[in-house]
Design a protein around this ligand. Structure first.
Ligand SMILES: Cc1cc2nc3c(=O)[nH]c(=O)nc-3n(C[C@H](O)[C@H](O)[C@H](O)COP(=O)(O)OP(=O)(O)OC[C@H]3O[C@@H](n4cnc5c(N)ncnc54)[C@H](O)[C@@H]3O)c2cc1C
Ligand code: SF4
Length: 329
């Protein structure tokens, strides 16, 4: 097939979730769900992904909207990042998420980009995006993990043939908020904790999430337990305009007096999944929220890190971000 032509695909625009799932089941491996299209259309135009059928989800009303429930807040997967960034209820109760959503890309991308698309997006490894036949693309090598490989954006943890990282800012915040992912497929609905939703290359090198090809992420539930906590989100990038994280941190904590009563700490862009920092959480739990505890938790965050040729800078950066999250939240 010529590279001059975007490959042909059938376009389906179902108005019910059942129809969308049934279409994906019947079409099989050639099907592709489309939300805001920011990531998908890049892939199609670069000719590196060639679905035979695109199933556009935007006509399915139940996938959009922000609803308060007895358990907390439920956000439909088709809700745009701008809607999340501007939502008063999200800003009031889960400002970690509205802040993270507001740090994604540019206003134009946030206007079209959806929560589901942001959470389900593929990795941004330059080699893979360029279309080389690396491990993740079904080949037999990793181009980033060679002596000359350009890997300053790549991982510190969880390498397994592939060293790519999770690029999603809302994923980091969602794991910190202990969100639950509502998934629907041909055999019904399942609810998966955000921490288990994202998967690394040792589990499946061709996917970033547990979603099967005929499953749709319907909504994300943010539990009441973390509403109104103290939050901290910081994302370090090469440029001060839109850019992906070199390292980011999302923290949620409850503090009484100066004692940290409960805490969840997560770093983005250091592993193929958002990395929960349990050792750092344990150090901080029940301790005073001060510089010394923050420094200890920061040190613990990078234990076991394996830097690559060009990303050693991520180790002190991660340590400092965790330290700042505890000190300044
Ligand atoms: C220039 C640029 C800069 C960017 N910077 C950042 C950044 O700083 N931080 C960041 O986090 N992201 C960044 N992104 C990524 C961008 O935010 C995502 O591409 C966007 O959020 C994807 O949302 P979408 O709705 O457009 O998804 P789509 O492109 O429609 O979908 C993306 C993927 O998710 C799947 N999908 C979408 N919705 C569902 C669903 N409900 N169920 C199952 N599968 C689904 C699609 O099949 C596809 O594989 C950037 C992108 C660009 C182009
Ligand atoms: S890091 Fe992963 S995605 Fe990038 S070249 Fe290596 S195998 Fe491919």
């Amino acid at each position: 097939m010529s590279r001059d032509m975007m490959p042909h695909f059938e376009l389906y625009q179902p108005d019910t979730l059942e129809n969308a799932i049934d279409l994906a089941r019947r079409i099989g491996s050639g099907a592709w769900f489309l939300a805001g299209g920011n990531d998908s259309l890049d892939w199609f135009k670069d000719r590196h992904k060639r679905p035979t059928a695109v199933i556009e989800l935007s006509g399915i009303k139940e996938l959009s909207g922000i609803r308060e429930t007895a358990e907390g807040l439920e956000i439909g997967a088709l809700t745009t990042l701008t809607q999340i960034e501007r939502s008063l209820i999200v800003r009031e109760k889960y400002s970690l998420l509205s802040t993270a959503a507001g740090r994604v890309a540019s206003p134009q991308i946030r206007n079209a980009g959806t929560l589901g698309g942001n959470l389900c997006q593929d990795t941004r490894c330059w080699y893979y995006r360029y279309g080389v036949s690396c491990y993740r693309a079904g080949g037999i090598t990793c181009y980033a993990d060679t002596p000359e490989g350009q890997n300053r954006e790549h991982c510190l943890f969880g390498a397994s043939r592939c060293i790519a990282v999770s690029p999603s800012d809302t994923a980091t915040a969602s794991v910190a908020l202990d969100a639950k992912m509502v998934i629907r497929g041909p055999s019904g609905e399942r609810v998966v904790p955000a921490e288990e939703f994202f998967i690394g290359p040792s589990k499946d090198i061709t996917r970033m999430t547990v979603l099967k090809p005929d499953e749709v992420l319907v909504a994300v539930r943010y539990p009441r337990e973390w509403a109104g906590a103290k939050f901290y989100f910081e994302k370090v990038t090469d440029r001060n305009t839109w850019d992906f994280a070199l390292v980011s941190v999302a923290a949620a904590m409850f503090v009484e007096g100066d004692t940290i009563k409960n805490i969840r700490l997560v770093c983005g862009a250091v592993e193929c999944v958002p990395r929960r920092l349990k050792a750092s959480e344990q150090i901080a739990m029940g301790k005073s929220k001060n510089e010394e505890v923050a420094a200890q938790a920061g040190k613990a965050a990078t234990e076991g890190a394996t830097a690559l040729n060009f990303n050693q800078f991520k180790v002190p950066l991660m340590e400092n971000l965790v330290r700042r999250a505890i000190r300044d939240a």
